[in-house]
Write a new protein. Structure first.
Length: 391
């Protein structure tokens, strides 16, 4: 997810009208030191969403899907340097499923300033439950009848090619929307009327947009940044890393089933939170410490680029509360001009996805050093080089 500079004020302002209370004490269900749960009950899942979240804020773009076409460039580096089976933390929508699958995460938290993103993650959760395989998932997500000839071995390119020409089925759309809402009620999610309205809005966007939906769909589009400049859902699911391998969560049946199993066990927990806020990241850090768990990767996109210097320092102090080790990695998305500060920048590079060791950075913060963003970019390592390091 790419945050725009012009949206800084709106994106970081804490909304006093948020419906989620800020978490202060440790929740009773989290007071234990027995390791991460293999499965979370529906009651505790919803309680975690409420207790670990903080008041959210506004964001001008709908951001129904990611627009970081380079998001898979870091996959070889993650596989080479990050231990599987850790905890994943991320921001934004569907790219988190790919990273959680790649890292074989035991638990994932998705923290976003927009409450609508939390609702969208719950919508996805219902769709995963309704869909035993990739072909059914794409059918249900976009309200298109499943084309003939698709199976568990179908390539992602063939899968989305089949759906590109499929037309919306209004009856299927109505049926799926009702099923999503029934799923929320069945599992005890105490959604507000505004949340239910967000479900209608997000589901309608995917129905109308289909596989061609992009980041700017249903948003006011800036001049020069029309649909042709941004990745569609089809393109996001068909990108590859620098080795030519596609690791998206819809690239292979096993990727999809891994994420589906996490969803069915309530192991992908969407939270409302500001990276520079007072509670959400710290609450996650407290929960992980109590459960003797370690962060495998924290996908922060390019959020810090648009934080003021004091807000950056608050974010870094929040991050310093997370339990990490030498294999824990930040995943950053660095935009055009700032990317020129990379020591390994080459002509022709524009937006770049990178990884960086969390422990090294947190050591600097705890020692009192306050690196600038330019220094952070300059010290970031080339993921292609890291990708060649054996685990």
């Amino acid at each position: 997810m790419i945050f725009r500079r012009s949206l800084l004020a709106a994106a970081i302002v804490v909304a006093v009208t948020s419906l989620l209370p800020m978490f202060v004490p440790v929740p009773a269900m989290a007071v234990q030191t027995t390791g991460l749960p293999a499965e979370i009950s529906d009651k505790d899942f919803w309680r975690m969403i409420v207790d670990l979240s903080e008041p959210g804020g506004a964001y001008s773009y709908e951001n129904f899907i990611s627009n970081e076409l380079q998001y898979q460039d870091v996959v070889p580096a993650l596989k080479a340097t990050t231990k599987p089976g850790r905890v994943y933390i991320g921001v934004g929508p569907e790219q988190n499923f790919t990273y959680a699958s790649v890292l074989q995460s035991k638990l994932a938290f998705v923290i976003d300033i927009r409450r609508q993103n939390m609702v969208e993650m719950l919508m996805y959760k219902a769709l995963f439950d309704m869909s035993p395989n990739r072909a059914d998932f794409v059918s249900n997500l976009f309200s298109r009848p499943r084309p003939a000839g698709l199976n568990t071995k179908t390539t992602p390119a063939a899968l989305f090619t089949a759906y590109e020409s499929a037309k919306v089925d209004p009856a299927l759309s109505a049926k799926n929307l009702a099923a999503i809402k029934a799923y929320m009620t069945k599992h005890g999610y105490e959604l507000t009327s505004e949340d239910v309205g967000s479900i209608d809005k997000v589901f309608d966007a995917f129905t109308r947009g289909g596989p061609g939906i992009n980041y700017y769909f249903a948003s006011a589009t800036p001049v020069g940044l029309g649909p042709s400049r941004e990745g569609t859902y089809t393109r996001m699911m068909n990108t590859t890393d620098s080795t030519g391998h596609n690791s998206s969560f819809l690239a292979a049946e096993e990727n999809y089933l891994y994420v589906r199993e996490m969803q069915r066990k309530n192991l992908i927990v969407p939270l409302v939170g500001d990276f520079a806020g007072p509670a959400a990241i710290r609450n996650v850090g407290r929960y992980l410490t109590e459960h003797k768990a370690t962060v495998g990767a924290f996908y922060i996109s390019n959020v810090e680029t648009y934080l003021s210097d004091p807000q950056k320092q608050t974010f870094y102090e929040n991050v310093a509360t997370l339990p990490v080790d030498s294999s824990s990695m930040f995943i950053r998305h660095i935009l055009g001009n700032p990317a020129r500060g990379l020591s390994w920048w080459r002509p022709g590079m524009s937006n770049v996805s990178t990884v960086a060791p969390m422990s090294e950075f947190m050591g600097q913060i705890k020692s009192g050093r306050r690196p600038t963003f330019q220094e952070i970019v300059r010290e970031t390592k080339d993921p292609d080089v890291l990708g060649r390091v054996s685990r």
